[in-house]
Design a protein around this ligand. Structure first.
Ligand SMILES: Cc1cc2nc3c(=O)[nH]c(=O)nc-3n(C[C@H](O)[C@H](O)[C@H](O)COP(=O)(O)O)c2cc1C
Length: 171
């Protein structure tokens, strides 16, 4: 069994999740950064995992394009889909809005892998947005109260990656 993980990541979290997942999957696994590698040969794979991160409600456009342009190949594979983001409250809607319905319906599993804030890698505007969003989210969620913008914030849900890998390995 051969698996391909296709990820899109702006600041490294979805990439890190792809690597954590790789270590838990059975068989041969390849990883592709969709923002760098544009030629894909899906035919040699039995399982395809597609994941990206959410910015202002949207996953990377390259991930959307892969789902749309390769649907013909994807519909005959075991497919797993994941997202990285910080706002878990509306996670089902975020997943639903960012993958085509037919792909989600046919997927073996779908996962929420949490998120990370890599402030050093962000520009001024991104840091400004996070400061505002974290302030608003901290009213309902404790984890956003303690954010230190001088540090790397890791809120990756490793347990969810484990569950996702188990589901993919069961085929
Ligand atoms: C400018 C900006 C906008 C974001 N918008 C959202 C959002 O709409 N919903 C959400 O849940 N998380 C949002 N996030 C959090 C990211 O999804 C999270 O930090 C993710 O782990 C980033 O993944 P990456 O490192 O792979 O790019 C945003 C982060 C930034 C910096």
């Amino acid at each position: 069994m051969r698996t391909l993980i296709i990820y899109g990541s702006n600041h490294g979290c979805a990439k890190k999740c792809a690597e954590l997942l790789e270590g838990k999957l059975k068989g041969e696994v390849d990883i592709v950064d969709i923002r760098k590698d544009v030629t894909l040969d899906l035919n040699i794979y039995d399982k395809i995992i597609i994941g990206g991160s959410i910015y202002m409600g949207k996953i990377q456009k390259e991930i959307t394009e892969v789902c749309e342009n390769y649907y013909g190949n994807l519909k005959d594979k075991k497919v797993g889909l994941y997202v990285c983001c910080m706002n878990e409250e509306n996670i089902e809607a975020q997943i639903k809005d960012n993958f085509p319905e037919e792909l989600l319906f046919g997927a073996v599993t779908q996962g929420y892998f949490g998120g990370a804030f890599n402030f050093k890698d962000m520009n001024f505007i991104e840091r400004f947005i996070i400061r505002k969003v974290a302030k608003s989210l901290s009213k309902t969620n404790e984890k956003f109260k303690k954010i230190d913008m001088k540090k790397f914030v890791d809120m990756i849900e490793r347990g969810n990656i484990e569950k996702f890998a188990k589901a993919m390995n069961s085929f």
